[in-house]
Design a binder for this molecule. Structure first.
Ligand code: ZN
Ligand code: MN
Ligand code: MN
Length: 282
């Protein structure tokens, strides 16, 4: 089972493996650099060698990179849009150097430009970025959002529209986040709502595009559009929703990754991962 959590890279990206092993990850997510900076220090050969050694030693794979929060592929301000492009490119290069297959990013905030215009600018951005990274194997994995503020990507239809406008569809994947789904109004907390949500996902986007799953319970109520992560089973999704997901055969083989709050000792990860494993019925 591919189950893990978002791990800190404090001390270098290779250090995440040791932390992941400690809490029992078989897969994990990291930032490729300090996530509050547009551009990270270039990766050196020793950085890459250390990373590959630790990857082999711990056998944690796949590793997923989550993009910096600064990036907005439909920023209205020209210089922010340009910086977003360079930053996205930098991260795709880091993924390529480290052999990371999935780069998860949020679609973007239309900041008053409107939904359709926003989606068009994101698609344009992706087309240019894919053109500049021809032959790269890393997938651009767009995350379903909670729809806070003017964030796009909180309806499956928006994700579909975006993928339709992306020329190189082989480069595109989708990430769902349970907290975001629920906050966006997809009620995965019960049997009926869960089935309906995944049927809709399959019909509109296609389950074959689903490449990463973020597991977070939700502090906000259904449809609140609030992006506040809660510990597994402690929020408004609750045990039933996560138990349905953990036993869903369609989702076998897809990395499932926690992004729940935690301290330096990561004991919360251990608790949340154990809780998730306990839902699994054989
Ligand atoms: Zn995210
Ligand atoms: Mn997420
Ligand atoms: Mn979130």
């Amino acid at each position: 089972m591919l189950l893990g959590a978002h791990m800190s890279i404090s001390g270098g990206v290779h250090t995440a493996f040791e932390r992941g092993k400690l809490v029992g990850c078989t897969t994990m997510q990291v930032f490729s650099k300090n996530n509050n900076q547009w551009k990270g220090k270039p990766l050196t050969d020793p950085d890459i060698i250390n990373y590959k050694n630790e990857a082999k030693k711990t056998n944690i794979k796949p590793v997923v990179v989550h993009s910096s929060y600064l990036i907005n592929l439909c920023a209205k301000d020209k210089s922010t849009l340009e910086k977003s492009h360079e930053s996205f490119l930098d991260e795709l290069n880091r993924c390529r150097l480290l052999g990371i297959p999935y780069f998860v990013f949020h679609p973007g905030s239309h900041v008053g430009q409107g939904e359709q215009t926003g989606l068009e600018i994101i698609a344009e951005s992706l087309n240019m970025l894919h053109e500049r990274t021809k032959g790269y194997r890393v997938k651009s994995v767009v995350e379903v959002t909670a729809g806070q503020g003017s964030n796009l990507g909180y309806r499956f239809e928006q994700i579909r529209k975006l993928i339709d406008m992306v020329e190189n569809k082989k480069r595109m994947g989708v990430c769902i986040d349970t907290c975001h789904l629920f906050a966006a109004g997809y009620d995965i907390s019960n049997d009926k709502g869960y089935e309906k949500t995944f049927e809709e996902f399959d019909k509109i986007i296609g389950l074959k595009r689903l490449m990463v799953i973020h597991l977070n319970d939700s502090k906000g109520i259904l449809g609140s559009r609030l992006d506040r992560h809660e510990h597994i089973g402690k929020g408004n999704i609750g045990d039933i929703g996560f138990s349905l997901l953990m036993n869903d055969k369609r989702l076998n083989g897809i990395p499932k990754i926690l992004e729940t709050p935690k301290g330096n000792d990561m004991k919360e990860d251990v608790i949340n991962l154990n809780r998730l494993r306990r839902y699994v019925q054989n």
